[in-house]
Write a protein that binds this ligand. Structure first.
Ligand code: PMV
Length: 313
């Protein structure tokens, strides 16, 4: 018998990068794209097969000592959490979340794997504890993660997030219709985060002003999300993109996709996640959706995902 554990991708609606400096951010789960971990008890030492991540099976994860490997670290932390040193079985990872594109692939794989390993031990991990566990693994991917990815992925709920505070789950006045468009360019969040750190160190006053402007905008956006006011929310997304540009994490490709979405009638658009590549998000409605998708494809988007964000997504 096998069991399937899973976790969603995620998109940051507002506040990426600034969130690393104590400012708020808003993120949503992408329930339609998921990492899955299919576990079956084989009676042999734990084996993890992750072809979708470009990794062949690594035998005997219980003995695997290279904790710089996210899968090995997830397995080790899960066993530590379960207070066991021996888990037998096979876990096969399947993921349709693009890697290194700001959609939370790393956090989702860790969350799904942790759940699957717990299931092999006839246990389950409460979302809150899984969140803490995945955060430890996120440090490998991100260096100094804010914790937003693991939180939205582990709980699978839209969140208003400030580092160090408990996440606040959000209510939505109306669902938001969002198009994600992928530049197809993989980018490492840890590099973008490091470059922003250098900018903050070299030009602290200028950086503080940008970060504070983002914080004010996130709080305003929260209000519009709760009231269901897409027009104003879209405008704030576009302003957030300009501020991320000022932090030097945008690129010509991201700017081109944002411009394409706006010229096709999106309420607003911005890069989402670490930047330097990965995805933009555009806020649309039923009337503009098709036009926006066509324009994004023409502007070079490699993949388009449509999602409805609301408190239940
Ligand atoms: O994982 P990504 O690429 O969506 O980026 C996470 C968001 C950042 O704010 C850039 C980093 C962080 O740890 O919050």
């Amino acid at each position: 018998m096998s069991i399937c554990a899973s976790a969603p991708g995620k998109a940051i609606l507002f506040g990426e990068h600034a969130v690393v400096y104590g400012r708020p951010a808003i993120a949503i789960p992408l329930s339609g794209i998921r990492a899955r971990a299919i576990a079956r008890d084989t009676g042999s030492p734990l084996t993890i097969i992750a072809e979708d991540l470009g990794q062949a099976a690594v035998k005997d994860y219980a003995e695997e000592s290279d904790l710089r490997d996210p899968l090995a670290l997830t397995a080790a932390l899960t066993m530590q959490y379960l207070r066991t040193q021996h888990i037998s079985g096979e876990v096969r990872i399947r993921s349709d979340i693009p890697i290194a594109s700001g959609l939370g692939s790393g956090a989702a794989v860790s969350a799904a794997l942790g759940r699957a390993i717990a299931a092999l031990n006839a246990a389950s991990i409460p979302d809150k504890d899984l969140n803490d566990l995945v955060f430890e693994v996120e440090k490998l991917h991100h260096g100094t993660p804010s914790g937003i990815d693991n939180t939205v992925v582990a709980h699978e709920k839209p969140i208003y997030f400030i580092q160090g505070n408990a996440a606040e789950f959000m209510s939505f006045g109306a669902p938001l219709r969002i198009v994600l468009a992928d530049t197809g360019i993989p980018a490492l969040t840890r590099d973008a985060v490091a470059d922003v750190r250098a900018l903050v160190a070299n030009a602290p006053a200028e950086a503080k002003q940008i970060l504070d402007e983002i914080a004010a905008l996130v709080n305003e956006a929260r209000d519009y999300i709760e009231r269901g006011a897409p027009q104003r929310l879209g405008e704030l997304m576009t302003v957030n993109h300009q501020l991320l540009k000022a932090l030097k994490v945008s690129t010509a490709e991201l700017d081109r996709l944002v411009a394409a979405a706006l010229s096709a009638g999106a309420y607003g658009a911005k890069l989402s996640g670490g930047g330097r590549g990965g995805n933009i998000i555009a806020l649309v409605d039923e009337d503009s959706e098709e036009r926006v998708k066509e324009n994004l494809a023409q502007a070079g988007a490699k993949r388009l995902i449509l999602t409805d964000a609301d408190a239940g997504s």
